[in-house]
Design a protein around this ligand. Structure first.
Ligand code: TYM
Length: 331
């Protein structure tokens, strides 16, 4: 059976960009593929984290996966650090990964802010650990392996493919070549306060992102304040990035087509769009937030899901890791 793997870092607060760009598609894909969804806490520590917060965020993200519709009876939900195969394969891949490839990664350039003296080796190595996360779930012999992510992960997915191909060239066909799955709409949700910047978990500005756990009041305030562009008619116009972004979010939560949405807002203005969008978002997030609160009521339920997930992920990933070790001559 084909496989799906994806993950999110337990840093900052999950927002509708994470949902529309990634989790929504996980939920849709989980019934067709054997699916693995990881909370990548080892990636989180490539930049400084408060230990207590990291531990708590890891649970929060796991509970949000479930609240968003990832079904632990169908999919495997696990914490990256519970499965040592990830760091083991990362080390082996490190030994065939050219530094030059990693030097070209735009995320390192951004996150290190050019300060290589003070950036961690882990931050530099981040994409290799991500490649390991993915390649471990390709099975032996390889099966189709899909990675549903937002557009910002394209370069990391390329690197994972390149590393798999390089490994196979050097040591014989072992690893599946993963396929990114990047949605047509909503692969890059932009900041509400600045529609030229990607909506981001680490952005501190209050009016930047709609978080999955935002209160109705916050949602209304943020949408009301969202930056828009000159022009009146409500159209999917890429030249008007603020409007385009709001319409993309509207489309994601209503499931309507561009034509339907444009027809609906014919003769209406920004104020109508914002009012409706805010109400749709509030309605959309309410059941998710209720499920989230239910899940958090019972910590033992969540710990059980994560323990079973870890066991399943360990079993599954051991197959590829063993094949890799054999191919390299480690076993
Ligand atoms: P992270 O934690 O930054 O983001 C999680 C997922 O959300 C998507 N995303 C967005 N999609 C649309 N619009 C946005 N504004 C937006 N912001 C974030 C991301 O593309 C991602 O799919 N490196 C990864 C974590 C990772 C991973 C993996 C992913 C580690 N190992 C293996 C897939 C497979 C990251 O930083 O995601």
């Amino acid at each position: 059976k084909s496989r799906v793997l994806s993950g999110i870092m337990p840093t900052g607060d999950l927002h509708i960009g994470n949902y529309i760009g990634a989790i929504k598609n996980w939920v849709a894909m989980q019934y067709e593929h054997d699916s693995f969804f990881c909370i990548v806490n080892m990636h989180a520590i490539t930049t400084p984290q408060d230990p207590k917060e990291l531990y708590e965020k890891t649970r929060e993200v796991a509970a949000l996966y479930i609240a968003c519709g990832v079904d632990p009876k169908v999919s495997t939900i696990f914490v990256q650090s519970h499965v040592p195969a990830h760091t083991e394969l990362c080390w082996i891949l490190n030994c065939i990964a050219p530094m030059g490839w990693l030097e070209r990664m735009t995320q390192f350039k951004e996150k290190s802010k050019g300060d290589r003296e003070r950036s961690s080796v882990g931050l530099f190595d981040y994409p290799v650990l991500q490649a390991a996360d993915i390649l471990l779930y390709g099975n032996v012999p390889p099966v189709p392996l899909y990675v549903p992510v937002g557009e910002d992960q394209k370069q990391h997915l390329e690197l994972a493919r390149d590393l798999a191909e390089r490994f196979n060239r050097l040591f014989g066909d072992t690893l599946a070549i993963p396929e990114p799955y990047i949605p047509k709409y909503g692969a890059r949700v932009m900041g509400l306060d600045d529609p030229t910047k990607k909506m981001s978990k680490s952005e501190k500005s209050r009016y930047h992102a709609i978080r999955l756990l935002d209160s109705p009041d916050d949602i209304r305030k943020k949408i009301a304040r969202a930056v828009t562009d000159p022009g009146r008619d409500i159209k999917f116009d890429p030249e008007r990035p603020g409007l385009y972004n709001l319409l993309t979010i509207y489309q994601a939560v209503t499931g309507q087509s561009e034509e339907e949405i444009e027809a609906h807002f014919e003769g209406k203005g920004y104020a109508d769009l914002k009012r409706e969008l805010a109400e749709r978002l509030v309605e959309y997030l309410a059941p998710l937030q209720e499920r989230y609160r239910d899940i958090r009521q019972d910590p033992s339920y969540l710990e059980n899901v994560l323990a079973q997930g870890a066991e399943r992920a360990r079993e599954t990933s051991a197959v590829v890791l063993n094949a890799v070790k054999k191919a390299v001559g480690l076993e």
